[in-house]
Design a protein around this ligand. Sequence first.
Ligand code: R5P
Length: 311
Amino acid sequence: MKLLSANSNRSLSQNIGTYLDMPLTKARVQRFADNEIFVTIDENVRGEDVFVIQSTSFPANDNLMELLICIDALTRASAKRITAVIPYFGYARQDRKVGGRTPISAKLVANLITRAGAHRVLTMDLHAGQIQGFFDIPTDNLVAIPFMARDIKDQYSNAAEIMIVSPDVGGVVRARALADRLGGDLAIVDKRRPRAGESEVMNIIGEVEGRDCILFDDIVDSGGTLVNAAKALVEQGAKSVSAYISHGVLSGEALNRVDKSVLKELVITDSIEVPEVIRNHPKIRIVGVAPLIGEAIRRIANEESVSKLFD
Ligand code: R5P
């Protein structure tokens, strides 16, 4: 098998290589003067089982295109099987028509990846599990919950007394799974989106007074959902509020919002490349997912069970 990394998250690719004790395949993902992408694979991959690692995070379109061109290069170089390893799958929030004459971009992206020549997809904490069905090729959707739960147990002596909070109704299943794993309770924030990119808390369902609360979500993007939910929880008497979120998109003013918020700590994974400013942020901590993704790759290559990793 071979590991190939495009440019979006090289540190994670290196860490996956370290976990698997194998070097990354020699390749160059470069730009022409006009910014078109050009890929050269500098090693023979004929007949190989190749895993291409690329998160389709910001800049999503460039990173997606890099992934597609890498898959095309591998197809034309006669790789036997190509797995697109997409730790953060961008465009996932466009998973249904939100109104008349709107796209389902997550399905379009799934079509593009398949048509480019991928035989399998390995991703993590998809915004909506049903996106797996947008692919007509095997798609493994890893979950960071076991990792997060382990971290919470290490950090909190009273893990079973923590109130896990879903910041919106759409995240209840995910938050319930974490609460069950910890043996804790679940509360739900009733969130409204008056406009795209803005969020407003309407109600909190559950008794949070005097409780240590952990908000659990898949994505922190503008930070609005998170910061508003944390504020509402404190106003309802929560003792402390922290957050565990799989994908730290953190765009625009997000860092400032987190800075000024009532949040005690924000824990994210490195599914998206973590710049220094985030790595050194006093309120943010990173949980590395290279062992999770590396182990899934090892299992796929050896035709072993991947669902074992959900235990
Ligand atoms: C929405 O359903 C997602 O699970 C996140 O809650 C949302 O994407 C976070 O976005 P933002 O940080 O911009 O409020």
